[in-house]
Design a protein around this ligand. Structure first.
Ligand SMILES: *[C@@H]1O[C@H](CO)[C@@H](O)[C@H](O)[C@H]1NC(C)=O
Ligand SMILES: *[C@@H]1O[C@H](CO)[C@@H](O)[C@H](O)[C@H]1NC(C)=O
Length: 485
């Protein structure tokens, strides 16, 4: 009642003001008030209707996209002769490949190379001196024979799914009388199955106070590393999720857990949305959703950040700085989403160029402040040898072009639709301090209503499996223990 009274008073005031301003038209004041009332009412109705439409459009849950479990991505003529067996596979660093690298390195060594500006660290891109150090390590300290042995320490396989030979590592735990649960570990770009090498033994070894242990399946995404690339467009995260699901079925797993970061998060999330009766739990180290509520909510949060994100407002706000950061740092993603094949030609010609392109991402996404350090801060977080292994996976297989196409396929829109469908599967997020992709918990809960927990660390970055294998493995155990309860 008091409010209404106040409104009336305000209108009276307005009336007075109008009267004063229209001294000469004293007669017109009464009708102007009536007119004003009508305008107010109409405006209120329009605003209410618009708000309702915005609300229903933002929270609208679309229909599940149609899933074709048998879509063929290989050459048509291989359809009749598909071999569905699971074949052992070994990584080979052949003499021919090594000789070619030696030649390429010699060529690079003789080149006149542009020097980076003084005092700019990595703000103009990869620093020439840091790259020279990386190159020296590759040339003189990287032993192909040792690394081949290291990479083959786990059993590798290939099997044909939907026309594509899919490569994966599969490690069974050596335990008796303990429940073994399957988990698929999904990498992103520009990463590879290699990122999980220190995580695998931690997950497949039983721990005190846990009455289960993992069997780890670690694939190369199609088009990445040793997995075959599609021969026609359309193989985006949505379709890759179906291939990964079919891979698990091929291995006899109709129910399983998922862990992922980067594109691995997106693909895992889609698997959990499409196959909620198969996915027993979803663990992600990229706590982000691109749903409409998250998008608009995050924008609105700029007005009052701590209302939307009380715990980590600095991850998203000030929004202006965040947007400026994204514009400055995601040019690669725009390039790959438009002309992956063109930049791919360049990267596929030069091992050092490829390494530089990949290294830039490891530098920045591990900690955005690394770009202000002359050496890119890389060795504060990683072993150079490990990083070269990852570059080798792309170089040896010539897969950088096909890997980058995932950005272009993402524009088809179906992944956006899936972001707008809540995932009923049990979910757990691991939030590292320097992970740049983040959504407030309130929106994560809209997309993942069965969110069982979120661990936050005041360290660590985007490539968690490589940088923080123990913290990642610990958290996966913790999450799955909660899922099983
Ligand atoms: C392969 O098969 C698909 C589906 O039947 C068809 O759309 C496509 O044109 C075929 N491609 C070639 C090269 O024949
Ligand atoms: C990096 O890894 C290689 C191979 O595993 C190892 O020989 C080397 O000691 C490591 N370097 C550092 C600095 O940890």
């Amino acid at each position: 009642m008091g409010k209404k009274g106040g409104k009336k008073e305000k209108l009276e005031e307005k009336k007075t003001v109008q009267k004063e301003s229209k001294n000469s038209k004293k007669q017109g004041a009464g009708s102007s008030f009536k007119c004003c009332g009508i305008i107010l009412t109409v405006t209120a109705v329009v605003v209410a209707v618009a708000a309702y439409h915005v609300y229903t459009s933002v929270f609208h849950i679309p229909e599940m996209p149609e899933v074709d479990l048998d879509k063929w991505w290989g050459p048509n003529e291989t359809k009749e002769t598909q071999d569905t067996s699971v074949r052992p596979f070994r990584i080979l660093f052949t003499d021919a490949m090594q000789e070619q690298l030696v030649k390429k390195f010699e060529y690079h060594r003789r080149l006149t190379k542009p020097k980076s500006f003084e005092d700019t660290a990595w703000t103009y891109g990869v620093h020439s001196q840091a790259l020279a150090q990386f190159f020296a390590h590759w040339q003189f300290k990287y032993s192909y024979r040792e690394r081949q042995k290291y990479l083959n320490q786990f059993p590798h396989y290939k099997t044909n799914v939907q026309g594509l030979d899919i490569h994966f590592v599969r490690v069974k735990p050596e335990v008796k009388n303990v429940k073994v649960v399957p988990i698929i570990l999904l990498h992103g770009w520009p990463s590879s199955f290699r990122e999980f090498y220190d995580v695998i033994p931690l997950l497949t070894t039983q721990r005190p106070r846990y009455d289960f242990v993992f069997e780890a399946i670690v694939p190369s995404l199609p088009g990445f590393g040793y997995s075959q690339a599609a021969v026609r467009p359309g193989l985006g995260p949505f379709q890759i999720a179906i291939i990964m699901r079919n891979l698990m079925h091929r291995l006899g797993f109709t129910q399983y857990y998922i862990q992922g970061g980067d594109f691995g998060h997106l693909i895992g999330s889609i698997m959990a949305t499409l196959f909620p009766n198969e996915v027993l739990g979803f663990h992600s180290n990229m706590p982000m959703t691109l749903s409409k509520p998250a998008f608009y909510g995050t924008l609105l949060g700029a007005i009052w950040p701590t209302l939307v994100e009380p715990k980590y407002p600095e991850k998203l706000y000030p929004l202006k700085e965040k947007i400026e950061f994204l514009i400055e740092e995601t040019g690669y993603s725009h390039l790959q989403a438009t002309k992956p094949d063109t930049i791919g030609i360049v990267l596929n010609e030069s091992p050092v160029g490829l390494a530089a392109y990949i290294l830039d991402k490891f530098m920045l996404y591990t900690n955005v402040n690394n770009k202000y350090l002359p050496d890119g801060g890389i060795t504060n977080h990683y072993n150079m040898t490990d990083l070269i292994d990852n570059v080798m996976v792309y170089w040896v297989t010539g897969s950088i072009t096909s890997s980058m196409r995932i950005y272009k396929e993402l524009l088809s829109g179906v992944e956006h639709t899936l972001e707008q469908i809540p995932t009923p599967v049990q979910t757990w997020f691991l939030n590292f301090k320097n992970e740049i992709f983040y959504s407030p918990e309130i929106f994560l809960r809209w997309k993942y209503p069965n969110l069982k927990g979120m661990t936050s660390h005041d360290f660590g970055g985007h490539f968690a499996a490589l940088e923080r294998p123990k913290d990642l493995a610990d958290d996966v155990f913790l999450a799955v223990k909660t899922f099983i309860k």
